[in-house]
Design a protein around this ligand. Structure first.
Ligand code: PLP
Length: 406
């Protein structure tokens, strides 16, 4: 393992970076400094409070600038700090809908926190549109939702630029044109797996709320953010004077400082990290493919021919159930996931994989392996070797009784 990646168990290889990444030393150092200089309540009017307030606002501006939003002028965007991406998704969807009626569209690509927020609006009487996925794993026909918008009410279109389960990218829809021609349309983007991996042209996209969280790219847990583009009105979920009235409660200045450092590093290193992890992901998948072919097993890499972010590989091996793989992999020294962390342990297959209409052995067998900045080639080689043994053991019935799916 690379030096800054703590090993969760002995020599276990950590390949669950889409769930959480190790805190980067540079980020920890920035937070440590802020803990000394900016510990006060940023709302306190005295000198120490003013120092904390300045550090908080500096972090906010740096994060907005790093992801290409406007930090000054009449079209200045806002960033609301939240507890993570789950809360940011809820604030972006439910907060934008407060007191209004309208229609909302989302898809199986979206994280469960987006789906849950959308479902709450539907329970309150909003019209729902479930967007289908095409065979590449992208939303098939969001244009139809936009074309059929009723003459009044708010319309919210949820989009996930990088799917948290499969890594499949989808941000090439003609969003700017739709936003221009439908002023009532608000796009909520869950960019949690995109920041640091995919270059999403937020600068060109106006009517948006954008959710993300730094623990996905070397930053601290316990903080996330919702960008509210200029001109968008939202209501707080927790009222209070902080965060421009959009989220009550004392702001976590040290976490915000760590967030800013993490996002700046992730964006600055994006090209290099993307190139390195694409190579490692391809190496991992080709090792698995060779071993599967030699053992006469079927291998499916979900989204193999789609545009994918480099850090996620979702794979299934014929005859292997995902829950059994996850347990056996853990015992063999590989930390991986059956799906997004909040759904781990669920007996239901991931909606994002199920929606692709693949054979049952893929839907029920797919596990998510995710790489990060601290992943080394040695990690990938060790993990693929261990996983190949796990797959062989399960498929031949020698390791665990695997539920069989045709
Ligand atoms: N959205 C996506 C796409 C995710 O992958 C995740 C977490 O895995 C979340 C939202 C939720 O993030 P958080 O754990 O910060 O609430």
């Amino acid at each position: 393992m690379a030096a800054d990646a703590p090993s969760p168990r002995g020599d276990a290889v950590y390949l669950d970076h889409a769930a959480a990444t190790p805190l980067r030393p540079e980020v920890a150092a920035a937070m440590q400094e802020a803990a000394g200089t900016a510990f006060a309540n940023p709302s306190s009017p005295h000198a120490a409070g003013r120092r904390a307030h300045a550090a908080l606002e500096d972090a906010r501006e740096r994060i907005l600038a790093a992801i290409g939003c406007n930090t000054s002028g009449p079209h200045r965007d806002r960033l609301v700090f939240t507890s993570g991406a789950t809360e940011a998704n809820r604030l972006g969807v439910v907060g934008a809908a407060a007191g209004l009626s309208g229609c909302i569209a989302w898809s199986a690509r979206d994280h469960s926190s987006v789906a849950a927020a959308a479902q709450d609006l539907v329970d309150q009487g909003w019209a729902a549109t479930s967007l289908e996925l095409d065979e590449r794993g992208a939303v098939a026909a969001a244009g139809r939702f936009v074309e059929a918008l009723p003459a009044d009410g708010r319309a919210i279109l949820c989009t996930t630029p990088v799917c948290g389960q499969t890594g499949i990218c989808d941000w090439r829809e003609p969003l700017p044109g739709w936003m221009r021609s439908h002023p009532r349309l608000l796009v909520h983007a869950d960019a949690t797996q995109a920041v640091g991996w995919a270059e999403v042209p937020f600068r060109d996209l106006a009517a948006m709320t954008i959710a993300f969280a730094p623990h996905k790219f070397g930053g601290p847990r316990g903080i996330g953010g919702l960008v509210v583009r200029s001109g968008i009105q939202i209501e707080p979920l927790v009222p209070g004077p902080q965060e421009l009235g959009l989220r009550g409660g004392t702001e976590p200045t040290c976490l915000a400082v760590g967030f800013a450092r993490a996002v700046e590093l992730a964006v600055a290193e994006r090209a290099e990290t993307t190139q390195r992890l694409t190579r490692l992901r391809d190496l991992f998948e080709s090792r698995l493919a060779t071993a599967a072919a030699a053992a006469g097993l079927g291998l499916c890499v979900v989204g193999k021919t789609s545009d994918r972010a480099p850090h996620i590989s979702t794979v299934a091996i014929s005859g292997c159930d995902r829950q059994v793989i996850a347990m056996a992999a853990d015992l063999a020294g590989v930390c991986l996931a059956t799906g997004t962390a909040c759904a781990s342990g669920s007996s239901e297959p991931s909606p994002a994989v199920a929606a692709l209409g693949m054979p049952a052995w893929v839907t029920h067998g797919a596990v998510r392996i995710s790489f990060g900045r601290s992943t080394s080639e040695q990690d990938v080689l060790a993990a693929s070797e261990r996983l190949i043994a796990v797959f062989r053991g399960i498929a031949t019935g020698g390791l665990h009784p695997a539920p069989r799916h045709r």
